[in-house]
Design a protein around this ligand. Sequence first.
Ligand SMILES: [Zn+2]
Length: 161
Amino acid sequence: MRTITLSNGKTVEVECLSCALTSGLIEPDGGIVVETEHFHAHQDVAYPIKGLIILASKRHVTCLDELTEMEKLDYIHVLSKIRKAQRDVLGIEHVYYFYNEDTTHHFHTWMVPRYDWMYVFGRSIESVRPVLLHARKEMNDAKNLEDVMGALSLLTDELNT
Ligand SMILES: [Zn+2]
């Protein structure tokens, strides 16, 4: 079991955070952005960046080649649908995608939008950790959190109509 501290300060004990989120045991802050038969998307609860979405499989697998054919099709379809919504309603021009198989959670892809403020931390993969830490440490103010939640509800509306 692992103890996870959520952005709202609450702690939960779970075997796998992705299972806890996709099964509904933990309600992600801001709710579910979109859900399909095999996947579940929510705002990253740890980093307050507008449009930063985690797309997780509902099944507890860790590697891409463990997905079934149906899951693979569902994955690329919903991933690109979320990507389009990020562009259409949030004006996000570029997104970084991260997914590591040696995770303590299960199969999930981070969709990290690029904003102009991020370029002071560099470009490409080496900038990502500093960007996320900056967001967590310096952007947890009420105004930014309101913006993040506003962006989230725009994305959710776009993806569920
Ligand atoms: Zn799991």
